[in-house]
Design a protein around this ligand. Structure first.
Ligand SMILES: [Fe+2]
Ligand SMILES: [Fe+2]
Length: 168
């Protein structure tokens, strides 16, 4: 059985991962509307991953006998000034996710829930990847600046990102 406070914080985190998925889908729509199907593809894949992250928390909570209580998902931002602004916002968002995961680890350690800690370590490692992959796109967009052909080259590259199957 899971501690009530941990269950509450995991439910909050399910909501946050769903909100992340919603944000990236909003970014996917913006990119596609601005003639950038590759950036849109990358963001669609990212939205799918965030949904899978939410499901990992959902499944863990249920397995541990906790109640899942879904809540409202806030409306995401919808407008950005440039592809770089989109990816910078995603980078800031991922840094916040990492902070939240770290805080969750602190909380489960404080009640000596080692199973929850082991579960969260997957996310600790995942966030290293998440911050690196979004940072990589930000760096490339900064390199090309507002030069249209450079942006289109990066767009073509991001078209290659495929759906990832996360381990259960
Ligand atoms: Fe996530
Ligand atoms: Fe993420």
């Amino acid at each position: 059985m899971i501690d009530d406070r941990i269950a509450q914080e995991f439910n909050d985190h399910i909501r946050f991962e769903m909100a992340s998925s919603h944000l990236y889908l909003s970014m996917a729509a913006w990119c596609e509307s601005h003639g950038l199907p590759g950036f849109s593809n990358w963001m669609r894949r990212q939205a799918e991953e965030e949904h899978q992250h939410a499901l990992k928390f959902f499944n863990f909570l249920l397995t541990r006998g906790g109640r899942v209580r879904l809540a409202d998902i806030p409306a995401p931002d919808q407008d950005w000034d440039s592809p770089l602004a989109v990816f910078e916002a995603a980078q800031i968002h991922e840094a916040e996710v990492s902070q939240r995961i770290n805080t969750l680890v602190d909380t489960v350690m404080s009640v000596r829930d080692h199973a929850a800690n082991a579960f969260l370590q997957w996310f600790v490692n995942e966030q290293v990847e998440e911050e690196a992959s979004v940072g990589d796109v930000v760096n490339r967009l900064r390199l090309v600046g507002s030069e249209g052909r450079g942006i289109l080259l990066v767009d073509q590259e991001l078209q290659q990102r495929e759906a990832t199957r996360l381990p259960a």
